[in-house]
Design a protein around this ligand. Structure first.
Ligand SMILES: [Zn+2]
Length: 249
Protein backbone atom coordinates (compact mmCIF):
# COMPACT_ATOMS: atom_id res chain seq x y z
CA UNK A 1 0.00 0.00 0.00
CA UNK A 2 1.49 3.40 -0.96
CA UNK A 3 2.86 5.43 1.94
CA UNK A 4 0.55 8.31 1.25
CA UNK A 5 -2.54 6.11 1.48
CA UNK A 6 -1.16 4.61 4.71
CA UNK A 7 -0.95 8.07 6.23
CA UNK A 8 -4.44 8.96 5.10
CA UNK A 9 -5.79 5.74 6.58
CA UNK A 10 -4.14 6.60 9.88
CA UNK A 11 -5.71 10.08 9.77
CA UNK A 12 -9.12 8.55 8.97
CA UNK A 13 -8.87 6.17 11.94
CA UNK A 14 -7.95 9.07 14.21
CA UNK A 15 -10.91 11.13 13.00
CA UNK A 16 -13.24 8.16 13.55
CA UNK A 17 -11.97 7.73 17.11
CA UNK A 18 -12.50 11.40 17.82
CA UNK A 19 -15.99 11.60 16.31
CA UNK A 20 -19.01 11.81 18.59
CA UNK A 21 -21.49 10.55 16.06
CA UNK A 22 -20.01 8.85 13.00
CA UNK A 23 -22.29 7.35 10.40
CA UNK A 24 -21.66 5.54 7.13
CA UNK A 25 -23.25 6.36 3.81
CA UNK A 26 -22.88 3.56 1.28
CA UNK A 27 -23.64 2.92 -2.36
CA UNK A 28 -23.32 0.32 -5.09
CA UNK A 29 -19.51 0.35 -4.98
CA UNK A 30 -19.43 -1.46 -1.65
CA UNK A 31 -21.42 -4.37 -3.07
CA UNK A 32 -19.55 -4.70 -6.36
CA UNK A 33 -16.90 -6.68 -4.47
CA UNK A 34 -19.70 -9.09 -3.51
CA UNK A 35 -20.46 -9.70 -7.17
CA UNK A 36 -23.45 -7.40 -7.41
CA UNK A 37 -23.25 -5.30 -10.56
CA UNK A 38 -23.73 -1.53 -10.20
CA UNK A 39 -26.40 0.30 -12.19
CA UNK A 40 -24.15 2.95 -13.65
CA UNK A 41 -20.79 3.00 -15.37
CA UNK A 42 -19.47 1.18 -18.42
CA UNK A 43 -20.16 -2.30 -17.02
CA UNK A 44 -23.25 -1.28 -15.10
CA UNK A 45 -26.70 -2.77 -15.58
CA UNK A 46 -27.91 0.20 -17.57
CA UNK A 47 -25.31 -0.49 -20.23
CA UNK A 48 -27.13 -3.78 -20.91
CA UNK A 49 -30.75 -3.22 -19.94
CA UNK A 50 -33.22 -0.43 -20.42
CA UNK A 51 -33.99 1.49 -17.22
CA UNK A 52 -37.62 1.51 -18.43
CA UNK A 53 -38.15 -1.89 -16.82
CA UNK A 54 -37.89 -0.12 -13.46
CA UNK A 55 -40.22 2.71 -14.31
CA UNK A 56 -43.18 2.36 -12.00
CA UNK A 57 -45.80 2.99 -14.68
CA UNK A 58 -44.15 0.77 -17.25
CA UNK A 59 -43.91 -1.97 -14.65
CA UNK A 60 -47.58 -1.65 -13.75
CA UNK A 61 -48.69 -1.69 -17.40
CA UNK A 62 -46.26 -4.29 -18.75
CA UNK A 63 -45.22 -6.48 -15.81
CA UNK A 64 -44.64 -9.45 -18.12
CA UNK A 65 -41.88 -7.40 -19.75
CA UNK A 66 -40.27 -6.11 -16.54
CA UNK A 67 -40.45 -9.06 -14.17
CA UNK A 68 -38.15 -11.60 -15.94
CA UNK A 69 -35.37 -8.98 -16.11
CA UNK A 70 -35.96 -7.87 -12.53
CA UNK A 71 -35.64 -11.48 -11.42
CA UNK A 72 -32.51 -12.02 -13.48
CA UNK A 73 -30.62 -8.87 -12.54
CA UNK A 74 -31.65 -8.63 -8.90
CA UNK A 75 -32.92 -11.81 -7.34
CA UNK A 76 -30.76 -14.36 -9.18
CA UNK A 77 -27.55 -12.54 -8.21
CA UNK A 78 -28.68 -11.60 -4.80
CA UNK A 79 -29.54 -15.09 -3.62
CA UNK A 80 -25.89 -16.08 -3.77
CA UNK A 81 -24.29 -12.73 -2.85
CA UNK A 82 -22.34 -12.62 0.41
CA UNK A 83 -21.04 -9.64 2.39
CA UNK A 84 -17.40 -8.74 1.74
CA UNK A 85 -14.71 -7.40 4.12
CA UNK A 86 -16.10 -3.86 3.73
CA UNK A 87 -19.54 -4.89 5.01
CA UNK A 88 -17.97 -6.88 7.85
CA UNK A 89 -15.63 -3.99 8.68
CA UNK A 90 -18.55 -1.59 9.03
CA UNK A 91 -20.44 -4.08 11.20
CA UNK A 92 -17.37 -4.34 13.45
CA UNK A 93 -17.11 -0.55 13.69
CA UNK A 94 -20.75 -0.51 14.79
CA UNK A 95 -20.18 -3.23 17.38
CA UNK A 96 -17.31 -1.30 18.93
CA UNK A 97 -19.39 1.86 19.07
CA UNK A 98 -17.60 3.90 16.40
CA UNK A 99 -20.23 3.84 13.66
CA UNK A 100 -23.66 4.68 15.03
CA UNK A 101 -25.85 4.20 11.96
CA UNK A 102 -25.61 3.27 8.30
CA UNK A 103 -27.54 4.90 5.48
CA UNK A 104 -27.37 2.75 2.39
CA UNK A 105 -28.57 3.31 -1.14
CA UNK A 106 -28.26 -0.44 -1.70
CA UNK A 107 -31.22 -2.78 -1.69
CA UNK A 108 -29.25 -5.97 -1.23
CA UNK A 109 -29.44 -6.50 2.56
CA UNK A 110 -25.69 -7.23 2.72
CA UNK A 111 -25.05 -4.82 5.60
CA UNK A 112 -27.60 -6.68 7.71
CA UNK A 113 -26.20 -10.04 6.59
CA UNK A 114 -22.79 -8.85 7.82
CA UNK A 115 -24.27 -8.03 11.22
CA UNK A 116 -24.99 -4.30 11.06
CA UNK A 117 -28.02 -3.40 13.15
CA UNK A 118 -28.98 0.22 12.53
CA UNK A 119 -29.34 0.35 8.76
CA UNK A 120 -31.57 2.81 6.91
CA UNK A 121 -32.41 1.57 3.44
CA UNK A 122 -32.85 4.83 1.53
CA UNK A 123 -33.93 3.07 -1.65
CA UNK A 124 -35.91 0.27 -0.02
CA UNK A 125 -35.12 -3.42 -0.17
CA UNK A 126 -35.31 -6.59 -2.23
CA UNK A 127 -36.21 -8.69 0.75
CA UNK A 128 -39.91 -7.87 0.80
CA UNK A 129 -42.55 -7.39 -1.89
CA UNK A 130 -45.91 -5.63 -1.77
CA UNK A 131 -49.10 -6.41 -3.65
CA UNK A 132 -50.13 -3.40 -5.75
CA UNK A 133 -53.81 -4.29 -5.26
CA UNK A 134 -54.30 -5.33 -1.62
CA UNK A 135 -51.01 -3.86 -0.25
CA UNK A 136 -50.14 -7.01 1.67
CA UNK A 137 -46.44 -7.37 2.35
CA UNK A 138 -44.57 -10.60 1.66
CA UNK A 139 -41.11 -11.68 2.69
CA UNK A 140 -39.13 -12.73 -0.37
CA UNK A 141 -39.44 -16.41 -1.10
CA UNK A 142 -38.26 -17.99 -4.39
CA UNK A 143 -41.72 -19.56 -4.65
CA UNK A 144 -43.21 -16.10 -5.20
CA UNK A 145 -41.13 -15.72 -8.37
CA UNK A 146 -41.77 -19.20 -9.74
CA UNK A 147 -44.38 -17.90 -12.13
CA UNK A 148 -43.81 -14.43 -13.63
CA UNK A 149 -45.07 -11.75 -13.41
CA UNK A 150 -45.07 -12.41 -9.67
CA UNK A 151 -48.56 -12.28 -8.25
CA UNK A 152 -50.08 -11.95 -4.80
CA UNK A 153 -50.87 -15.28 -3.08
CA UNK A 154 -53.93 -13.63 -1.52
CA UNK A 155 -55.62 -11.71 -4.34
CA UNK A 156 -53.50 -12.43 -7.47
CA UNK A 157 -52.67 -8.72 -7.79
CA UNK A 158 -49.26 -7.68 -9.14
CA UNK A 159 -46.35 -8.03 -6.70
CA UNK A 160 -43.75 -5.28 -6.68
CA UNK A 161 -40.36 -5.51 -4.94
CA UNK A 162 -40.07 -2.96 -2.13
CA UNK A 163 -37.20 -1.03 -3.61
CA UNK A 164 -37.66 2.36 -5.18
CA UNK A 165 -38.55 2.38 -8.87
CA UNK A 166 -38.17 5.36 -11.17
CA UNK A 167 -41.07 7.80 -10.71
CA UNK A 168 -41.46 6.54 -7.17
CA UNK A 169 -40.85 8.48 -3.95
CA UNK A 170 -38.20 7.61 -1.34
CA UNK A 171 -39.85 5.50 1.42
CA UNK A 172 -41.04 7.99 4.03
CA UNK A 173 -39.65 6.19 7.08
CA UNK A 174 -36.22 5.67 5.51
CA UNK A 175 -36.10 9.30 4.48
CA UNK A 176 -36.98 10.58 7.96
CA UNK A 177 -34.60 8.27 9.83
CA UNK A 178 -31.76 9.03 7.38
CA UNK A 179 -32.15 12.79 7.79
CA UNK A 180 -32.34 12.37 11.57
CA UNK A 181 -29.05 10.46 11.48
CA UNK A 182 -27.42 13.00 9.16
CA UNK A 183 -28.22 16.03 11.32
CA UNK A 184 -26.71 14.28 14.36
CA UNK A 185 -23.54 13.24 12.55
CA UNK A 186 -20.19 14.95 12.93
CA UNK A 187 -18.47 12.45 10.63
CA UNK A 188 -19.70 10.73 7.48
CA UNK A 189 -17.87 7.74 6.07
CA UNK A 190 -18.86 7.77 2.40
CA UNK A 191 -18.23 4.42 0.72
CA UNK A 192 -18.72 3.26 -2.84
CA UNK A 193 -20.92 6.04 -4.13
CA UNK A 194 -20.14 8.66 -6.74
CA UNK A 195 -22.85 11.01 -5.56
CA UNK A 196 -24.86 10.97 -8.77
CA UNK A 197 -28.25 9.79 -7.55
CA UNK A 198 -30.73 12.37 -6.30
CA UNK A 199 -31.89 12.99 -3.65
CA UNK A 200 -29.58 10.55 -1.77
CA UNK A 201 -26.45 12.41 -2.90
CA UNK A 202 -27.57 15.49 -0.97
CA UNK A 203 -27.18 13.75 2.41
CA UNK A 204 -23.40 14.24 2.88
CA UNK A 205 -23.80 17.91 1.87
CA UNK A 206 -26.51 18.29 4.49
CA UNK A 207 -24.16 16.87 7.15
CA UNK A 208 -21.41 19.25 6.08
CA UNK A 209 -23.76 22.19 6.21
CA UNK A 210 -25.43 21.27 9.51
CA UNK A 211 -22.47 20.25 11.67
CA UNK A 212 -19.49 20.88 9.44
CA UNK A 213 -19.14 17.08 9.54
CA UNK A 214 -15.82 15.53 8.58
CA UNK A 215 -16.24 13.63 5.33
CA UNK A 216 -14.08 10.55 4.82
CA UNK A 217 -14.52 9.00 1.43
CA UNK A 218 -13.54 5.55 0.17
CA UNK A 219 -13.98 5.22 -3.57
CA UNK A 220 -12.05 3.67 -6.44
CA UNK A 221 -12.25 7.00 -8.26
CA UNK A 222 -13.03 10.61 -7.43
CA UNK A 223 -16.72 11.31 -6.95
CA UNK A 224 -18.90 14.41 -7.02
CA UNK A 225 -18.05 14.80 -3.31
CA UNK A 226 -14.26 14.54 -3.51
CA UNK A 227 -13.32 18.09 -4.44
CA UNK A 228 -16.31 19.74 -2.84
CA UNK A 229 -16.72 18.39 0.67
CA UNK A 230 -14.37 15.44 1.22
CA UNK A 231 -11.73 15.95 3.93
CA UNK A 232 -9.94 12.62 3.61
CA UNK A 233 -10.08 10.75 0.31
CA UNK A 234 -9.02 7.12 0.47
CA UNK A 235 -8.68 5.91 -3.08
CA UNK A 236 -9.15 2.19 -3.48
CA UNK A 237 -11.40 -0.77 -2.83
CA UNK A 238 -13.51 -0.58 0.30
CA UNK A 239 -12.89 -4.29 0.95
CA UNK A 240 -9.17 -3.56 1.26
CA UNK A 241 -9.21 -0.16 2.96
CA UNK A 242 -11.76 -0.79 5.71
CA UNK A 243 -9.80 -3.72 7.20
CA UNK A 244 -6.74 -1.42 7.20
CA UNK A 245 -8.68 1.20 9.16
CA UNK A 246 -9.78 -1.48 11.62
CA UNK A 247 -6.13 -2.23 12.46
CA UNK A 248 -6.14 1.02 14.43
CA UNK A 249 -8.95 -0.08 16.72
ZN1 LIG B 1 -52.93 -8.86 -3.02
Amino acid sequence: MPNNLDNLIKRAAKALKRANYAIAFTGAGISVESGIPPFRGPTGLWSKYSPTILDLYHFRDFPEESWPTIKEIFYDYWETAKPNPAHYGLAELETNGIIKEIITQNIDNLHQKAGSKRVHEFHGTLKTLTCMDCYHNFKYDPILLKKLPASCPDCHGLLKPNFVFFSEAIPEQAKISSIEAIVKADLILVIGTLGEVMPACQLPYLAKKTNNATIIEINIEESNFTRKITDIFLKGKAGEILPEILHYF
